[in-house]
Ligand binder design. Structure first.
Ligand SMILES: NC(=O)c1ccc[n+]([C@@H]2O[C@H](COP(=O)([O-])OP(=O)(O)OC[C@H]3O[C@@H](n4cnc5c(N)ncnc54)[C@H](O)[C@@H]3O)[C@@H](O)[C@H]2O)c1
Length: 320
């Protein structure tokens, strides 16, 4: 019988790609999303359109906090919990939104998972839990020291998952994604804004000196890591695992590359660094290699080309 997967946040950037991949792999997929107002609903509807037209996909337009999970989780094999209030900057002044969607919603799912028969509960965690890390590349053994309220809420959710595993055997695993990019990237995220600025010939505001570094991870790698984390027989329950792109890049070099790929050099205006932004991120992915046989395949150039093409096409589609 085909496995059944439930994807929360299925209309978002990562959840929509993951849903499509699961469908392509023959899963029955239940997708849930409540279209939070963080960015335009029309963008999320567009993200969801491919999965929604698939006969093995059932969509629930609703909030995690308002479902009868004892019914919804019946017969579900894999739960991919991607829904969250993302974004670092607004987590200072909108903290209750973050605690609601990131902590409370995760706890509701974990509590329901105690009484369900899940084979695995995969949680979308983040490199933001490391903050300004003690060392780079950063291994999972280093102490989390988030520098944003967003990172604090995701760390709390991760820890909840671990104690639900320890106390009740919920087969929880957290994947700590490092800055994900590619087609459908959220409109508040760096590459999306940089590419749009390049197309529009608009000067781009760069936080700080542009020498900050990031480990960028192409969307297909993150989707692959989710599938591997679900299906592996290795002992991943209760674990946290870094999912990075395999290389660390200086921001100003990314901007130069975007100029080359779009054909429009990005003009930069430097403004002060933002509270809550870590200066560097770099993933040590040894654990993902060992436990999940995870090996990132996409170079930054290849992945960025895909995002440039997508953004060019979707900008044209929106204008017509
Ligand atoms: N994009 C990245 O670079 C990145 C990096 C690290 C971690 N993450 C994590 O990955 C996950 C997905 O991120 P994304 O970039 O796709 O974000 P996204 O905002 O595009 O998608 C999240 C989706 O969840 C939905 N949602 C939020 N709260 C909900 C609730 N209570 N009930 C139902 N639906 C709800 C939203 O409407 C949205 O469509 C998040 O958990 C995020 O913290 C993302």
């Amino acid at each position: 019988m085909a496995p059944t997967s439930l994807v929360t946040g299925c209309a978002g950037f990562i959840g929509s790609h993951l849903s499509e991949k699961l469908l392509a792999e023959g899963h029955q997929v239940i997708g849930l999303d409540c279209f939070t107002s963080y960015y335009d609903r029309a963008i999320k509807e567009r993200n969801l359109s491919v999965a929604r037209s698939h006969p093995q996909f059932r969509f629930i337009d609703g909030n995690i906090l308002e479902q009868d999970w004892s019914v919804l989780l019946e017969g579900v094999d894999y739960l991919f919990h991607q829904a969250a209030q993302a974004g670092v900057r607004s987590s200072w002044d909108q903290f209750p939104v973050y605690t609601t969607h990131n902590i409370n919603a995760t706890q509701v799912l974990l509590e329901a998972a105690r009484f369900a028969s899940l084979r695995r509960f995969i949680f979308a965690s983040t490199s933001s839990i490391y903050g300004d890390a003690e060392a780079y590349p950063t291994a999972e053994t280093l102490a989390p020291r988030p520098v944003s309220p967003y990172g604090v809420t995701k760390l709390a959710a991760e820890r909840l998952g671990q104690i639900y595993y320890q106390n009740f055997g919920v087969p929880f695993v957290a994947l700590r994604y490092f800055t994900v990019y590619g087609p459908r990237q959220r409109p508040d995220m760096g590459f999306h804004k940089f590419i749009q600025a390049a197309f529009a010939g608009r000067p781009l505001q760069v936080y700080g000196d542009g020498l900050q570094t990031r480990d960028f991870t192409y969307i297909a790698e993150v989707v692959e890591a989710n599938l591997r984390a679900a299906l592996t027989d290795n002992p991943v329950n209760g674990e946290v695992i870094n999912i990075g792109g395999g290389s660390r890049v200086v921001l100003k070099d990314v901007l130069k590359l975007i100029g080359e790929l779009t054909g429009y050099p990005v003009q930069q205006v430097h403004i002060s660094p933002q509270a809550g932004d870590a200066r560097h991120t770099a993933a040590d992915i040894t654990k993902a290699r060992n436990l999940l046989d995870y090996n990132p395949q996409f170079s930054l150039v290849t992945g960025l080309k895909q995002q440039v093409v997508w953004l060019r096409e979707s900008t044209v589609a929106l204008a017509t």
